[in-house]
Design a protein around this ligand. Structure first.
Ligand SMILES: [Zn+2]
Length: 95
């Protein structure tokens, strides 16, 4: 986990995530991101009407980013690019 922490740091404090490869493959999401993803699953109104839509969008983008790393691709640029491929604004995620 220490290696993964060094690999994946964030200036956003608790709004961080990383992928670990040892002892098993896992995506570690901060509690803040998990809460937003759980909230998204149960959201009953359109996302754009949610007062925390930025947090929802960040959390989904983070999960997409880490999903690229899970494939074994450790390139931050590629994770940003492929993870945000459907983002019409081109993404802009930091990590
Ligand atoms: Zn990354």
């Amino acid at each position: 986990m220490a290696r993964a922490r060094r690999f994946h740091t964030s200036t956003l404090g608790p709004w961080a995530a990383f992928t670990s490869f040892s002892p098993y493959l896992a995506v570690e999401l901060s509690p803040e991101i998990c809460i937003e993803l759980s909230r998204l699953v149960n959201l009953r109104t359109p996302v754009w009407e949610d007062e925390s839509r930025d947090a929802l969008a960040w959390s989904v983008a983070t999960l997409a980013h880490e999903s690229v790393h899970v494939t074994g691709n450790l390139s931050e640029a590629m994770a940003d690019c492929l993870g945000d491929a459907d983002d019409p604004d081109g993404g802009g995620r930091a990590r």
